[in-house]
Design a protein around this ligand. Structure first.
Ligand SMILES: [Fe+2]
Length: 271
């Protein structure tokens, strides 16, 4: 069994500050970390946590320090991919002691677990809200998929290459996903794509593979499906996604949402 916990869009700001003046993202992440630690005995081993972008709100060194301080309480190893609110250089500095972080170029990485290979892709375009994959990243991905030769893949990156119906987000999704689509369409193994950016749980498909957008850890992009919807947030409960792949032959990934805070229970069902 391989299990990967996806945490997304933590948007940490400086200690004492609120994201967008209203969201206490630091407290939300502390609560999430505690909840994960509390759930670990019942969820069984989890191989890895991945934060799928927008670790910080402004990409400053102080914000990354705050993020790392909170995440240091998580009793799981974790990796990250950048989102549009991140700054690649400051992010790289914050994780410079980690062997998975590249010293230059895009922050792409691969980790081979027992049942699945987890691939993180960097879609950050500096200074822009939308995302894109560089030629270097696409070449790198092609080489990884070629080497994996059909082994199950969990592909994680921030900007979804699909529309969600939320107009302000669709205007800043992953641009020009043509080659990504081509690479994934011909991949023979099981593949699950996991993104962030929209701060809402949403499932669809891309290039013939299931695609999941994870909820945010602290706040959501407002669910407003009108064409001229304003770009705004709502304080919906934080959540995360647990991706699992069972070694049983023929089994596919499962991806289930977990709330990021504690709740009453469990209570036994009555006979
Ligand atoms: Fe975000």
């Amino acid at each position: 069994m391989s299990r990967i916990l996806q945490i997304s869009d933590t948007h940490i700001v400086a200690p004492g500050a609120l994201t967008c003046g209203v969201v206490d993202t630091a407290t939300a992440l502390r609560v999430l970390v505690q909840q994960v630690n509390d759930l670990l005995p019942s969820l069984g081993p989890i191989d890895l946590a991945v934060v799928s972008g927008d670790l910080t709100d402004h990409g400053t060194a102080e914000e990354y320090e705050h993020f790392c301080e909170i995440m240091s309480g998580l009793r799981l190893p974790y990796r990250v991919v950048p989102g549009n609110h991140d700054a690649r250089g400051a992010l790289r500095n914050a994780f410079s002691d980690q062997d998975w972080i590249s010293s230059q170029g895009p922050v792409n990485w691969r980790l081979d677990l027992a049942e699945v290979s987890v691939i993180g892709l960097d879609t950050l375009v500096s200074g822009q809200p939308y995302g894109a994959l560089t030629l270097e990243s696409l070449d790198w991905l092609e080489a990884q998929l070629g080497a994996l030769a059909g082994f199950p893949v969990l592909l994680m990156f921030h900007h979804p290459p699909v529309k969600t119906g939320i107009a302000p987000m669709d205007a800043q999704n992953l641009r020009d996903a043509t080659r990504l689509r081509q690479l994934l369409q011909v991949y023979q193994g099981r593949c699950r794509i996991a993104c962030g950016h929209v701060h809402r749980m949403l499932t669809t498909s891309f290039a013939g593979h299931p695609l999941i957008i994870a909820p945010g850890s602290a706040h959501a992009v407002t669910l407003d499906l009108r064409q001229r919807a304003p770009n705004s947030l709502t304080l919906e409960p934080g959540a995360m996604v647990l991706h699992s792949l069972d070694p049983v032959e023929g089994a596919d990934f499962t991806s289930q949402m977990l709330f990021a805070s504690s709740y009453d229970g469990p209570h036994p069902f009555e006979d």
